[in-house]
Design a protein around this ligand. Structure first.
Ligand SMILES: [Zn+2]
Length: 331
């Protein structure tokens, strides 16, 4: 079975992309056919169509990133290099159908049975969650840098003393704060890609409640998923000088700017430069990131029944401090 591209990628700027699409399709098809266990012929045919759809979605995603201005001459090689590092596209396991998808290392697993909702049909939502995972692959480079950098920051006595006062005993939550930004970036970008292809405006923001994260406190969002991160990330971004935001900027404006910055190889370095030179700022940003890490932890605890209330209480305890620090540093 040959993969036929949806777009013409023969221009030398996209060197390697067409070969990658053909390769990843055949690797993923062969892998599935080896592992298919006792899937019926109908299921086999359905899943083969799904693999083709997932690879089509890489094309839609990349095409739309170019069209929307995320990918330019300055970062096209970086983004292609990240995307072509995908090693396999497969399905979430049968007992994981509550997940729309996830990424482990360079292997991506997507739910083949994603359902439609009021705004998008099943195909569009499958593109949304394929795009979400492809975004994680692009961000992997700077996420590795953050882990390295955070170890050095943790060695700073002033930072450590303050972090421990808040009950953060290591750099773990600081790193998780970056993971919260990662989730926000990939979700916002995936939403822009889908609505862009649908030629529609992003949906209006509504108030939602997610008890596991903020208790009864409502938050404003227009994300399909991970809505609890949206305003947190926006408030955080408005503290960053490099973002050049203004108070009146919309969530979409702020997060698109953040996501465009994140599609550069040196994103984490650029962020660290913002606060690493000033010890008081470094200490405060360590706390800001760690609180975002707590919010990410609370959001993930929905999937892990052992955690629950403790982490929600932690979020509720620290969220006021988070907002005060953001207000203090707002440009
Ligand atoms: Zn994700």
């Amino acid at each position: 079975m040959e993969y036929k591209c949806l777009y013409d990628w023969s221009n030398s700027i996209y060197a390697g992309f067409e070969d990658f699409l053909k390769n990843i399709y055949s690797i993923s098809v062969n892998y599935y056919l080896r592992k298919k266990e006792n899937d019926s012929t109908d299921i086999v045919n359905f899943k083969l169509r799904k693999i083709r759809e997932f690879v089509n979605n890489i094309e839609y995603y990349f095409y739309e990133l170019i069209k929307l201005g995320y990918v330019k001459k300055s970062n096209v090689y970086f983004v292609i290099r990240q995307l072509i590092s995908i090693e396999l596209i497969n399905f979430v396991k049968k007992n994981e159908m509550n997940f729309s998808g996830y990424t482990i290392g360079k292997r991506i697993f997507i739910n083949p049975y994603i359902k439609d909702n009021k705004k998008m049909n099943a195909k569009q939502r499958t593109l949304l969650y394929s795009s979400h995972e492809y975004g994680h692959i692009i961000n992997q480079k700077w996420k590795l840098d953050v882990i390295k950098q955070s170890k050095k920051i943790w060695e700073n006595a002033k930072v450590q003393r303050e972090a421990k006062r808040f009950g953060f005993d290591s750099n773990e939550y600081f790193v998780m704060g970056f993971e919260m930004l990662d989730e926000t970036i990939v979700q916002d970008t995936a939403e822009n890609v889908c609505y862009g292809l649908m030629k529609q405006e992003r949906s209006p923001k509504i108030f939602k409640v997610k008890k596991e994260v903020f208790g009864d406190r409502p938050f404003l969002t227009n994300f399909d998923y991970y809505g609890e991160f949206q305003e947190v990330a926006v408030n955080f971004c408005k503290t960053l000088g490099i973002m050049h935001t203004q108070e009146k900027d919309s969530y979409e404006d702020v997060l698109k700017r953040l996501s465009m910055m994140a599609m550069k190889e040196d994103f984490s370095q650029i962020l660290f430069e913002e606060f690493a030179g000033d010890i008081t700022k470094l200490r405060d940003y360590f706390i800001l990131f760690s609180i975002m890490g707590t919010i990410k932890d609370a959001s993930y605890s929905v999937l892990d029944l052992n955690e629950g209330q403790d982490v929600t209480n932690k979020v509720l305890k620290y969220y006021g401090i988070f907002n005060n620090l953001c207000d203090y540093y707002k440009k």
